[in-house]
Design a protein around this ligand. Structure first.
Ligand SMILES: NC(=O)c1ccc[n+]([C@@H]2O[C@H](COP(=O)([O-])OP(=O)(O)OC[C@H]3O[C@@H](n4cnc5c(N)ncnc54)[C@H](O)[C@@H]3O)[C@@H](O)[C@H]2O)c1
Length: 477
């Protein structure tokens, strides 16, 4: 039943006017309030609540372990995700932050530098990454969290400067960019991990290795459905006093502050919602099926937003075809950015059971045994899955007529994996373990390239309004 996946491992199936003046400390600590800074403040107060909680957790963790060879790290891109990665890295022993590079010197750069100094990391701050690479000779690794259209240049130049690189997804908004990144990793022999963090998530690993691989609880996966529905995201905005001068914005590829803050809305800067959100989950479709898609059909449209500000569609509905080692399969995927109903999850349906899984704890991971499947008691005893939750049976009134064709609800089993660390920590840990020569990367650039091929083709299919095929060699590099 087992096949080979793309890495050859065994697979499962085979500035608002009138704002209150904040003092410097309040601003740098991000304690801005919603009324004070409008949407900018709102976005940041949410971000900061998360961040403060994580920093408190981090404070309880050791930041260095005596017997570990210390790794000198720089952060390139200190925005929302750069902060999330920094918080996770502060919990990983043996890392020494040396530098932070960000073009928003007025705000993001200062914020992250200050939060690192609180943890006694004496970092140098840079606006230009080339200057950082030039001056910071001691650096071992660079963690990149800049907007997608910068990934190629940043990753390639860091690799060529001899650094090990962790780069956020999407590895690039173009396939040419993604290819250049793989080529640079090969040429330099340096590590390039891409931030598809589910690949290192204990919940996903347990389901992949134990439930699908060892126990084969789903039987043959025939269909998948998944989604990332996100509620409306307002213009992130920025108060005038933190505005980046126009000349600097242009130097870094942004027309104005609005475009700088909302780069995801613009063609050429991001890759649209399928890239921003879908790439995480479409990556899992291929991983769990043990194969890349053979074709894609997609529809997408700007159904809600003004196409002048939102150059990318806001809604996409996609169907992939797969030829898996066990037979044909189809995967539906939807992303829309106008309503957050039911959030995000992937639902794998086999001829013996279903796995509903999500990175989010709202859904966690649950299995449903189909009535025709053999008993799962052994797997409950082994601790692979929890005992079934008793399904509520609706008592039928004596007078009710029972329809014998009515399906019986399947048993629901929780997957007993509790995640205590921030989502990104295990993937970063895997990267730093690999830097120390103690692990292999869970998402090396070749693997992420195959995902980029599958994902970026959706945008082509939306434009073409037709079904597009893949050749197996499209995924090879
Ligand atoms: N893996 C995940 O779950 C996940 C989640 C969110 C974002 N991301 C990825 O992280 C990346 C950043 O996203 P974000 O939400 O933090 O965006 P953001 O706009 O909040 O942050 C980007 C930062 O990069 C800086 N920047 C822009 N161009 C630069 C350049 N040339 N040199 C140095 N700094 C530059 C900006 O000033 C900003 O601080 C994106 O690639 C995104 O897809 C991944």
């Amino acid at each position: 039943m087992a096949g080979e996946d793309r890495t050859g491992k065994k697979t499962a199936q085979g500035g608002a006017p009138g704002v209150r003046k904040l003092d410097r400390r309040e601003v740098l600590m991000g304690l801005s309030t919603v009324p004070a800074l409008g949407l900018f403040g709102y976005a940041w107060s949410r971000q900061r609540r998360y961040q403060q909680a994580k920093l408190q957790e981090a404070a309880a963790q050791p930041v260095a372990a005596g017997d570990l060879q210390e790794i000198n790290v720089a952060l390139l891109g200190a925005g929302a995700q750069g902060q999330v990665l920094t918080d996770a890295m502060l919990r990983i022993p043996g890392l020494r932050f040396r530098a932070v590079c960000d073009v928003w010197t007025e705000y993001n750069q200062k914020r992250v530098v200050n939060s690192l100094r609180k943890f006694k990391h004496e970092v140098n701050a840079y606006e230009d990454y080339r200057e950082m690479l030039d001056k910071e000779k001691e650096l071992d690794a660079v963690v990149i969290a800049t907007p997608d259209f910068w990934h190629e240049r940043h990753a390639v130049d860091c690799l060529k400067a001899g650094k090990q690189v962790y780069c956020e997804k999407e590895m690039s908004n173009t396939l040419e960019g993604a290819r250049a990144m793989v080529a640079a990793a090969r040429e330099t022999g340096k590590l390039l991990q891409i931030g598809h963090q589910r690949r290192s998530n204990p919940r996903y690993l347990h389901c992949y290795e134990r439930l699908l691989g060892e126990a084969k609880l789903l039987g043959r996966i025939v269909t998948i459905n998944g989604q990332w529905n996100r509620a409306l995201t307002p213009d992130l905005g920025a108060p005038d006093r933190y505005a980046i001068p126009e000349a600097r914005l242009k130097q870094y590829g942004f027309r104005d502050m609005r475009q700088f803050r909302n780069w995801r809305w613009y063609r050429g800067l991001g890759g649209g919602p399928i890239v921003d959100l879908g790439s995480h989950q479409i990556d899992i479709y291929s991983w769990f099926l043990g194969t890349n898609p053979s074709a894609v059909t997609a529809r997408g449209g700007t159904l809600y937003h003004d196409p002048v500000t939102h150059e990318w569609y806001d809604t996409a509905m996609v169907v992939y075809d797969y030829d898996t080692p066990l037979g044909p399969a189809m995967g539906y995927y939807q992303t829309q950015t106008t309503n957050g109903s039911q959030g995000y999850f992937e639902n794998f349906m086999g001829d013996q059971g279903t796995l509903l899984i999500s990175e989010s704890d709202v859904h966690g991971a649950r299995l449903y045994r189909d009535t025709n499947a053999p008993a799962w008691d052994t797997w409950v005893q082994k601790g692979f899955i929890a005992a079934p939750r008793i399904q509520e049976v609706k008592e039928k009134a004596d007078t009710a007529v029972t329809d014998v064709r009515e399906s019986v609800s399947p048993d629901e089993h929780q997957v007993p994996i509790v995640i205590r660390d921030p989502f990104h920590q295990p993937h970063l840990q895997n990267f730093f373990d690999a830097v120390r020569g103690k692990a292999t990367l869970n998402c090396p650039s070749e693997e992420a390239y195959a995902t980029a091929v599958a994902v970026l083709k959706v945008n082509e299919a939306i434009e073409a309004k037709s079904r597009l095929s893949f050749k197996p060699e499209d995924f090879k590099i």
